[in-house]
Design a protein around this ligand. Sequence first.
Ligand code: PMP
Length: 363
Amino acid sequence: RGLGDVYKRQMKYYVNENIKNTVRVFPRQKRYNCLRYDMNENPEGLPKDFVDSVLKEITPEFLAIYPEPDKFLNKYANFIGAQYENVVATNGSDMAIRYILETFGEAGKSVVTVSPSFEMYWVNCNILGLKHKPVAYNDDLTINIENIINAIDLDTRIVVLLNPNNPVGNVYTEEEFRLVLKRTQEVGAILVVDEAYHYFYKNTFIDYALKEPNVIVLRTFSKMFSIAACRLGAAISNPQIIDYIKRGKLTFDVNSIALLFGERLLDHPEVYKELIQIQDEGKAYILANLKENGYECRDCRGNFIFIKPKHDALMVVKQLEEQYNVLAHGYSNALLKNYIRVSTGSIKSMEKFLKYFYLVDNK
Ligand code: PMP
C-alpha cells in the first residue's frame, strides 16, 4: 500500500513541540563513488591491510555479545594521559553533545556557542528546549572574545568553544580560554571545548578538563582516526562530570566494532602517525598550489580549508558535483557565501581535487 493512504487517515496524538518545530536537513546519500571533500572525512580512509586485519577479529561470538567498552576506555584514557574515570565513550561526538546538553542544560536557559558552527549544537538545543545564544563573527572571520563573555550570564548553563571551529577555523589562545573559563565559573556554567580536529590542530585544553570542575573536552575518531562510519567519540572531564553523563547515557550506545577499531588504532601508533603526516603534507600542498594560482584560501586548522573561487561559490560546488562527482561544501549565509570548504587529505587526493576545481573555476 502507498504511503499516501496512511497520511489520509487523520488521528490526533501528542508530538513533542520542540521536535515538531525542528527542521532537519540530512546529508546527501550516494557518496560512495564520489570524490568526497564535503564532510571533513579522510577522503581515502585507513590503509586497507590494517582494516582487513581488524575485520578478521570479528567472529560470531564477537557479534553475539553486547558491547563492553572498558578495555577501549582504559586504553584511550592512557593514550590521552588520563584515568578511566575521566572518559566516557559515545556514539560519535554527536552523541556526546546530546548527552551534555541533556545533562547540564536546563529548559529555557541558555547555551552559548559561536555561529556558524557545527549544527548539532543548535539542533540539540531546539530538540531539548534550550535557548541557543549564538555569538556572531566579524566580517573578516574573527570573533571578539568579549562578545562571547558578554553573552554569558546567570541564565547560561553551557558555553561551547569549538577549537578550531568548524567551519570558520578560528582558534582560542590560552588567555582567551581562561577569560571564558573564569566567566563560566562565576555564573556556574559548564564549558565544553570541542576538539574534533585535534591532531590536525595540536593545541588542546585537555589539562583544564582534567583539573577544573566545569570543563569538558570532546574528541572524535571520525577525523584524524578516519572511522566516521563507526561512530566513536569521547567526552573527557573530571570524574564527577563523567559520572553525571554516564547516568544519562544509553547503556550500549557505542557498538563493539567501533570499540574494536578504536582499540586497534591505539595499538598501532605507526598507522595514525602516518595519517597525520599524510594529512599535513596534503594540506600544505593544496594551499601552496592554490596560492601559486592566485587563489585566496584559508587554513581552517582542521582537515579542511576554505577556497575563494573566482566564480560564484555555490555554482562551483554544484558544477563540481554534477559534472565530475566531486563533493565540496558551499554556504548560503552572508559570512561564508564566497567560500567553498574542502576537506584535505593526501597529496594524491588533493591533486585530484585541484584538477577538477581548476576545470570548473577557470572557465
Ligand atoms: N564537532 C565538530 C566541530 C565537528 O565538525 C563534527 C563533525 N563534522 C563533530 C563534532 C561530530 O563528529 P562525530 O559525531 O563524527 O564524532
